[in-house]
Design a protein around this ligand. Structure first.
Ligand SMILES: Cc1cc2nc3c(=O)[nH]c(=O)nc-3n(C[C@H](O)[C@H](O)[C@H](O)COP(=O)(O)OP(=O)(O)OC[C@H]3O[C@@H](n4cnc5c(N)ncnc54)[C@H](O)[C@@H]3O)c2cc1C
Length: 407
């Protein structure tokens, strides 16, 4: 166990036990680091807002990381491999295909319902031996100390005071920690709403993930067990109310118009969940004795399927650095963290934002350029190698836990 030399004493304090905060707490425990995890929701998959019906596309690097911290064995049975990715745009000629086999791997990534990943995280959290868990419990205020922070945490049995040499904000897009640290954000409202549900396809999806762009916004289909697929349909925010009131037949007709007939007739839509989409990027990743991870650090458009993938790399990089240091809140460690995360963070945010902007803009002059870009991704092997590597989650200086391990 790390003997912390920080004057504030106490263990690493993680605020927020969503997908990223829970993964960080597990990674710290696995590395022998004492930590406390504070989560506002009760520790049940039906109580946690981010363990919901969304279907996550997990990059290969993410699955390596979840394996390394002992989470994947609790989730693997519910995951579906993605062996092919197809990207295209309605009414334009170019399209890009990425195939796992061509890149020497069995899968580019896996699809997993967030609810199943949440259940696997809760299972693995129960096995942790050095971790203190407070849930439901809420961070109410913060006070700076010499060498750390004092946190007031409200739980059912009263308020407690926790001192920490390293405060981690893993508390999501509206991060309270970020606001208390005085870290500003840059925001972009996409004026889009995403509808997420499962559908059944007439034809086999053959482990393909589809991403289709149009003037009306992107639509994605992710492979699930048997002929089920996870549908992600974007509509303009102004149309969201009308789409929400469509009956199943009307919603399927809309999905079919937007996605086309590649998988034959779509049917049996599950319960629809709407999400308003914005991009929120913290201007700084660290403050004295504090760091932001996951959606608290950056919230990206879900259509690129990067949010959790990026957040897990935040968590695993932080756990790796803290495990190797005597003081988890040391300025040098935080500077190393910010420097290591910068290329991956900036590249992934730019890719997600750029993808939505470029692929959905309706200017006719862009059409030939876009088609050529998709064709280039499809036909130029070096470009494809770079894209496939990045798509699999290997960017910048990745945490050691996500690198391939030989059998
Ligand atoms: C429709 C949709 C589809 C997506 N698809 C993908 C995908 O395919 N692939 C992918 O990688 N990503 C995807 N994402 C993104 C991914 O879901 C998020 O990036 C991820 O859930 C962020 O996790 P987090 O733990 O950082 O934040 P959150 O999940 O928001 O968790 C924050 C936690 O902090 C807690 N909290 C907040 N305030 C306090 C407080 N004061 N005290 C204590 N606890 C507090 C909350 O209760 C919550 O549990 C998708 C997102 C959406 C909306």
């Amino acid at each position: 166990m790390n003997a912390f030399a920080s004057p504030a004493g106490g263990s690493v304090l993680v605020i927020g036990g969503g997908l990223v905060g829970a993964s960080l707490a597990i990674a710290l425990d696995a590395a022998g680091v004492a930590a406390t995890l504070v989560e506002a929701a009760a520790p049940r998959t039906d109580a946690q807002p981010s363990y919901d019906e969304r279907n996550l596309a997990l990059a290969r690097a993410t699955v390596n990381g979840l394996e390394a911290i002992g989470v994947w064995r609790h989730a693997a049975a519910c995951a579906t491999p993605i062996r092919h990715i197809r990207v295209s745009r309605a009414d334009e000629f170019g399209s890009a295909r990425i195939d796992a086999e061509k890149h020497g791997v069995d899968a580019l990534g896996w699809t997993l319902p967030a609810r199943e990943l949440g259940a696997a995280l809760l299972h693995r959290l129960d096995e942790c031996t050095r971790l203190t868990r407070l849930a439901p419990a809420k961070l109410a205020s913060l006070q700076p100390l010499s060498g750390g922070w004092r946190a007031q945490v409200e739980a059912a049995d009263g308020t407690r005071s926790l001192d920490t040499p390293l405060l981690v904000g893993a508390d999501g897009t509206q991060s309270f920690v970020r606001a208390q640290l005085g870290i500003d954000t840059e925001r972009h409202d996409y004026r889009q709403t995403l509808f997420v549900c499962t559908v059944t396809a007439e034809r086999e999806h053959a482990n393909r993930a589809w991403e289709r762009f149009s003037d009306a916004g992107p639509v994605a289909l992710l492979p699930l067990a048997e002929r089920r697929c996870g549908l992600v349909l974007t509509v303009a925010a102004a149309e969201a109310e009308a789409v929400a009131t469509l009956d199943d037949a009307g919603f399927i007709a809309l999905a079919q118009r937007r996605f086309g007939w590649r998988l034959g007739r779509l049917s049996r839509p599950g319960k629809r969940h709407p999400y308003a989409i914005q991009r929120v990027a913290a201007n700084l990743l660290t403050a004295p004795h504090a760091v932001l991870v996951g959606n608290a650090a950056q919230t990206v458009h879900p259509i690129g399927a990067q949010g959790f993938n990026l957040g897990l790399r935040d968590a695993l990089t932080l756990a790796e650095l803290v495990a190797a240091a005597p003081d988890p809140g040391a300025p040098g460690l935080l500077a190393r963290y910010a420097a290591r995360r910068a290329p991956d963070r900036e590249g992934t945010m730019a890719m997600s934002h750029g993808l939505v902007q470029l692929a959905c803009l309706s200017q006719p002059l862009l059409a030939p350029l876009r088609s050529l870009a998709l064709l280039a991704c499809d036909r130029l092997p070096p470009l494809q190698r770079v894209l496939a590597r990045r798509g699999m989650g290997f960017r910048g200086e990745p945490p050691l836990a996500v690198l391939e391990r030989l059998p």
